[in-house]
Design a protein around this ligand. Structure first.
Ligand code: GDP
Length: 432
């Protein structure tokens, strides 16, 4: 049976929640920290599906310091579980110990369902929303005591159990995944040859790595990257019909699997629709972006001036990308590709603390309030970064916020925090 570990600080209501889920009063509950002495497992079922719940909490609050003990307990339980139910107390907000457990959860790569407990009435739901700041996705507001929200929570647990996608959390392990994409003949394979040079990496040397047969590990400036679908670049498929279609499927597949995409554009020719489509795909997929203008050796002064105009006219919306002007043939500035990839990765993974973010939001709201709409003043109440890779923000608002205002906030976010080389997503949750 699949195992779900229940993890959380003392007194957040783990045992009450377990009781609620198994529908029995079996776990001893008392309103005293540390009352559940051991790891106990219970059979549970929901909608005809059975699983095992493991309640953790066997600590003695002194010897090693509570945080260390809980972390250790949690680590054990998490390691042996298929999914984790992480319980936090919405009424007190997140604590340092919670953050420590989040680190462990991230490293574990296990699917996590976040329960914001003690949400006994509708009014406290806003408190649950603040748990987005843990970066574990949507918090499920529940009241273990009254049973509020437990149906939705159980649905989420079931969703997490059977081969749930673990990919997102696993990105922190193994070499970073980079895709070189671009229309035919822009110099992708030349560039790949140039950066890989003699430094083709022996796969066995890289720990914890399974490399897809179409991928290739390449060392750039001492960092090993997993270049995605280089087989598609090296062995060109030359069938007459359907070639473009398959090439574009392949491009999309590579973009989806990558963390950062290097979009190669031929600087010596006018920028085309196809270049723009590929850039747009990268942005929409939420991947880091490095734009490499290649064949720089073929550009003269006049072409470069014209390219600047093209960039201003057609590429402004990608102004946030990292970018390099290179020549795969002469090797010009190819050494800047590694730093550009690093820059995009760093931007892509940026996490802004909830405190900093809200200080910033407070400043914008004060200086540039949202226009009044039908006698009401829509307002941003609170914001949090729900995810990194790419940075994704959720703004909780009163009233409907204009899309134009959201774009304005997005621009300001970039001015304030940078985010070079990465798309930034801003979502709005409106409350009336
Ligand atoms: P791919 O289809 O994107 O992989 O493009 P290739 O790497 O096969 O390159 C297409 C053509 O452009 C080949 O003839 C290359 O020699 C040439 N090429 C690639 N990069 C450069 C460059 O930086 N400068 C010049 N002059 N030619 C290049």
């Amino acid at each position: 049976l699949p195992v779900v570990a229940v993890v959380g600080r003392p007194n957040v209501g783990k045992s009450t929640l377990v009781n609620r889920i198994i529908g029995r009063r079996e776990a001893v509950v008392q309103d005293v920290p540390g009352v559940t002495r051991d790891r106990v497992s219970y059979d549970a079922d929901w909608n005809g599906k059975r699983f095992v719940l493991v309640d953790t909490g066997g600590w003695a609050p002194d010897a090693k310091g509570m945080a260390a003990q809980i972390a250790e307990q949690a680590e054990l339980a998490i390691a042996s579980a298929d999914a984790v139910l992480f319980v936090v107390d919405a009424t007190v907000g997140t604590q340092d110990v919670d953050e420590a457990v989040v680190q462990i959860l991230r490293r574990s790569g296990k699917p996590v369902v976040l329960a914001a407990n003690k949400v006994d009435d509708q009014r406290s739901e806003a408190e649950a929303a603040s748990m987005w700041n843990l970066g574990l996705g949507e918090p499920f507001p529940v009241s273990a005591l009254h049973g509020r929200g437990s149906g939705d929570l159980l649905d989420a647990i079931l969703d997490a159990i059977p081969d749930a996608p673990r990919e997102v959390l696993e990105t922190e392990r193994g070499p970073r995944r980079i895709a070189i994409v671009g229309k035919p003949n822009v110099g992708k394979s030349s560039l790949l040859n140039k950066v890989s040079g003699q430094q083709r990496v022996v796969v066995d040397n890289v720990a914890g790595t399974t490399v897809d047969p179409v991928d290739e590990l390449v060392e750039v400036d001492g960092t090993v990257y997993n270049f995605i679908d280089t087989a598609g670049i090296r062995r060109r498929v030359k069938e007459a019909s359907g070639h473009e279609y398959y090439a574009s499927l392949r491009t999309h597949g590579a973009i989806e699997r990558a963390e950062v995409c290097v979009v190669v554009i031929d600087a010596s020719e006018p920028v085309t629709e196809q270049d723009l489509r590929i850039l747009t795909s990268v942005e929409e997929a939420g991947r880091g972006l490095v734009v490499a203008f290649n064949k720089w050796d073929l550009t003269d002064e006049e072409r470069r001036r014209y390219l600047d105009r093209e960039i201003e006219r057609d590429l402004v919306q990608f102004g946030w990308a990292s970018h390099v002007n290179i020549s795969a043939t002469t090797g010009r500035h190819v050494d800047r590709l590694g730093p550009a990839i690093q820059e995009a990765l760093a931007g892509w993974e940026t996490r802004i603390s909830t405190g900093k973010l809200n200080a910033f939001l407070g400043r914008i709201v004060a200086a540039h309030p949202h226009p009044v709409r039908s006698g009401k003043q829509p307002r941003i109440l609170f914001g949090t970064q729900a995810q990194a890779g790419p940075p994704t923000f959720v703004l909780f608002t009163s009233g409907q916020i204009d899309p134009g205002y959201v774009r304005f906030v997005e621009r300001r976010l970039r001015e304030e925090f940078g985010f070079v080389g990465t798309p930034v997503h801003v979502e709005v949750r409106a409350r009336e």
